[in-house]
Every structure is written in structure tokens, then in C-alpha cells.
Design a binder for this molecule. Structure first.
Ligand SMILES: [Zn+2]
Length: 483
């Protein structure tokens, strides 16, 4: 794995060099040369693209590149090999790698209101690179060893980004500290203004992000608020920066480019990408891998990139998990099942080879324990479907197991092939634009447009408060079913 090589290279730097910070001009401890920064970015960029996916829309990619390059030219490090990409992720976030690699999720693009806001976000991320925050964060993380954090596959909350950490992407999810956030905000405001964008775009971004719950986490990627701590005075500080920049350049006609931005938003894929599987009520459909199953009624399904999980609403010690198993060549399904469960610390109590709606599977019952010693029991199906092996497991504490076993077994029995005709109908939701009619409520608009997202999310998407109705005559974003 590439990560190991980079970590080893870093560890070999026995003595940290002292260098000048390009932004502050001050001498500081510097664990990475600029050449090393660039090399690290180059090595990790393909992993980011593979792990998260690149949003397949050339116009969006070129647009974000062009905005980003103009900002980068206005920074203290215009000659880094800057790269900007939209990753195919529904979570609201943006990341920077050392060396000038910047990523923004399509989920964040959907929540922005104008090109000036986009410039604010990209300028902020550029600031993390120019002020060497990204390099410092990586150095810190490499020294504690991100690969070592990987624990049981069944408890994603114990190692929420284990798979990402394994591929070296854990660096993206490191929190910056408050001082670094405030500094990047200031830099973002300055770069945007220097390049001609209305600097208050950054304030608009912080307003909208403040309305998005820090708890939301889709597709295995944490959101902006969980990777970018928001000091209480951050919004005020940005407002001060904006006022100062505007006062220094009176009479400037700042670019906002709201209409052009909204034209681009129309048709942007929104929410989970059904190519990675989609949730319909209690059903999970995977149109590309051509299977379906029903999770227990009333359980909350979380469709992550690494695994799909389902949990009962009230109970903490039971869950179901669906994921791909790296396949051992030539192994029988039974030996593969027992071997891979053993690697996770589970021993077999019993099991049988069977078929789930015609698809070969090995269903076993296993005992194991959590890291803190709690006894677990699992009902796990290893399923061979279209050249892949899938693991569908129900797992519970041993005291809960007998109560949950029926639900686990029923969900496993529901696994089956997905018809081509159904698969062809699964399309992503997209953003649309409409005008608010007099008397409209968020609830009314949500229902009229198919109820694809809750009314409160619709308000957040538009950067407006959910507790008052949308202003009549105003243009708003809506979410519509894909065609
Ligand atoms: Zn930040």
C-alpha cells in the first residue's frame, strides 16, 4: 500500500526542518518539504478518486477547476500544481490534500447559492494548503499511525472511517484546530476578493452550513462541520474580514454570479447515488450488482459506501450489515465464510449451504466478542452473486440475540436477484428550480415534488429557516425524481 511508503518516508525524517510559512512569513517547524507535499498529494489523489468517485459531469469539473485556479493564482503559492475536483459524494464537505489537491462534494455544491459562495469554500480549502495546515495535519496523523485504528468490521461506530484510513484517506477527516479554521476563513475571503468575487460569499456558506446537522453522515464521509470545527465567533470574524476587505476596495463591482450558478445547479444529482445501491422503504436495491433485500420493518437503514447497515430505532445492541467480501480464489463458500469470520474474531457454532431465491449462500451462526469483551452472536450469510461474494450479517449481544434472530433470518431469506427492468428504473434524484407560489409552505412544496426529501431539508438546501414559510415569488431549489 502506498500509504506505508509515505509514512516510512516521514518517519525517516529524524530531524524536522525549520522553514518559512508561505502565508505568515514566520519560521516554523516543518516536517515536510514542498516537494514532499506535492508527492504526497500526487500519491493520494488516485486513492481519493477511487474511494469517493469523481462526479461524472465534465462541465461541472471544468467549472470548479476554473474557479479554483483563479483563486489559487491569487494565493501566496500560485505555482503549486493545483488540482480541483468534484467528488461523487452526497455528504456536504470539501477537503484539501498537501501539495494543492482540493475536493468538493456534489452535496456541498447543491447547498451553495452562488459562484461567490463556491469561491469562499474553495478559497478556504486553498488556505489550508497555503498555510501548510494540510501538511501539518498529515504529519501529526502519520506519527500516530492511522492504519492501526482498524477494528472489527461489524462495528462501524468503533472505527467509522476504517476503510478510508486503510487507504490513507483518514487524513482528510482530521480536524483542523480553531485557529487554523479562522485563518483559512480569512485567507479564503482574501483570495476570493483578490480574484474579484464578492467576499461575503464565505459568510453565506457559514450560514448555510450552520443549518446542516453535524450528525448527518452519508456515504462514509463526514460532513464539513465534523471536520471543520466552528468556533462560536467564526461567523463574526468572517464578517469583520469581509468588512475590512470591502472597505479597502471601495466602489468595486464584485462578482456574485448567482444566476449562472443556479443554471448549473439545475439537474445536479442530489442525495445518494443509486448506482451504489438505494433504499426504498425497508428495501435495499442494488441496480448495478443486481440484487435486492428487505431489512426488518422499522429499522433505520444507512447506505454507506463501504457497507450498508440497519438498526432498530430503540435498541443499541443489534444491527445488520451488508458488505463486499474480498474473495479468496478457488475457496468454497463455506471455507471462505468460516475463514473470513475467524479473521474478525468469530467462531462458528453451526451452519449450512443453501440458496437464497436461487442464489448460492452459506448461512452460519457465530460467536464473537467486542473489543471491550461483550459477548456477541451473529447470523451471517456469505452470498456468491455475479462474480462477487457479499456478507449479509445480523449481529447482536448474546442476551439480545434470541429476540433478534427471527428478524435476521427473515432479512437473509429475502435476498434475491433484481430484475433488469426494475434496475433500469432506478435513477438518481436531481435538483430542480421552481418559484414559490403565494401561500406555499415547505411541507406543501416537499409533498408536491414527490416528498423525496423532508420539508426541513428543503429549507436548509435553500439556506432559509425551516420555521417560516418560503417567500412567495422567490426562486428555490427542489429535489425531483430522475428521468
Ligand atoms: Zn477548514
Amino acid at each position: 500500500m502506498k500509504y506505508t511508503g509515505v509514512a516510512a518516508a516521514l518517519a525517516a525524517l529524524a530531524v524536522a526542518a525549520c522553514a518559512t510559512n508561505p502565508v505568515t512569513g514566520q519560521k516554523e517547524l516543518n516536517f515536510m518539504s514542498e516537494a514532499q507535499e506535492i508527492q504526497l498529494g500526487q500519491e493520494m489523489d488516485p486513492q481519493v478518486r477511487a474511494e469517493m468517485g469523481v462526479y461524472p459531469d465534465t462541465a461541472w469539473q471544468e467549472y470548479v477547476q476554473s474557479v479554483g485556479q483563479r483563486l489559487a493564482k491569487a494565493s501566496e503559492r500560485p505555482d503549486l500544481p493545483w488540482h480541483f475536483a468534484v467528488v461523487d459524494v452526497a455528504a456536504v464537505n470539501a477537503f484539501a490534500l498537501p501539495g494543492g489537491y482540493i475536493y468538493i462534494t456534489r452535496g456541498l455544491l447543491a447547498h451553495l447559492d452562488s459562484e461567490a459562495e463556491l469561491a469562499g469554500v474553495l478559497g478556504h480549502e486553498i488556505g489550508h494548503v497555503t498555510a501548510r495546515h494540510a501538511a501539518q495535519a498529515y504529519t501529526r496523523q502519520a506519527s500516530v499511525g492511522i492504519g492501526a485504528a482498524v477494528t472489527s468490521i461489524f462495528f462501524p461506530e468503533a472505527a467509522p472511517y476504517a476503510a478510508a484510513a486503510q487507504t490513507g484517506l483518514g487524513v482528510l477527516f482530521l480536524k483542523y484546530d480553531r485557529a487554523q479554521e479562522v485563518q483559512s476563513d480569512s485567507l479564503g475571503v482574501r483570495y476570493a476578493a483578490t480574484a474579484g468575487w464578492q467576499p461575503s460569499g464565505m459568510s453565506g456558506v457559514l450560514d448555510t452550513l450552520g443549518r446542516i446537522s453535524a450528525a448527518s453522515d452519508r456515504g462514509g464521509v463526514p460532513n464539513w462541520l465534523s471536520t471543520h470545527p466552528q468556533p462560536a465567533d467564526r461567523v463574526t470574524k468572517v464578517a469583520d474580514d469581509v468588512a475590512a476587505v470591502e472597505a479597502a476596495r471601495p466602489g468595486t463591482r464584485w462578482a456574485v454570479n448567482r444566476d449562472q450558478y443556479w443554471q448549473r445547479l439545475n439537474g445536479l444529482v442530489f442525495g445518494e447515488d443509486p448506482r451504489e445501491g438505494t433504499v426504498r422503504g425497508r428495501e435495499f436495491l442494488h441496480p448495478e450488482m443486481r440484487f435486492r433485500l428487505s431489512f426488518p420493518a422499522g429499522w433505520k437503514i444507512d447506505n454507506g459506501r463501504q457497507q450498508v447497515t440497519a438498526r432498530p430505532a430503540e435498541v443499541r445492541d443489534a444491527m445488520m450489515s451488508l458488505q463486499l467480501v474480498p474473495e479468496a480464489q478457488g475457496a468454497s463458500l463455506e471455507s471462505l465464510a468460516v475463514g473470513s469470520m475467524q479473521k474478525s474474531g468469530f467462531t462458528r457454532l453451526g451452519g449450512e449451504s443453501t440458496r437464497l431465491n436461487g442464489i448460492p449462500a452459506y448461512v452460519g451462526v457465530y460467536d464473537g466478542r467486542t473489543q471491550d469483551g461483550q459477548l456477541l452472536r451473529a447470523r451471517a450469510a456469505h452470498i456468491r452473486h455475479e462474480q462477487r461474494v457479499l456478507l449479509l450479517a445480523g449481529i447482536a449481544s448474546q442476551s439480545r440475540y434470541s429476540q433478534a434472530e427471527g428478524a435476521f433470518a427473515e432479512a437473509i431469506r429475502s435476498f434475491g436477484p433484481l430484475d433488469a427492468s426494475v434496475a433500469a428504473q432506478v435513477k438518481p434524484n436531481r435538483l430542480g428550480v421552481t418559484t414559490v407560489r403565494s401561500g406555499d409552505t415547505w411541507q406543501g412544496i416537499a409533498e408536491r415534488t414527490g416528498g423525496l426529501i423532508p420539508a426541513s431539508d428543503l429549507a436548509v438546501l435553500n439556506g432559509l429557516p425551516a420555521n417560516s414559510g418560503p417567500p412567495a415569488g422567490q426562486r428555490i431549489k427542489i429535489v425531483i425524481a430522475g428521468e
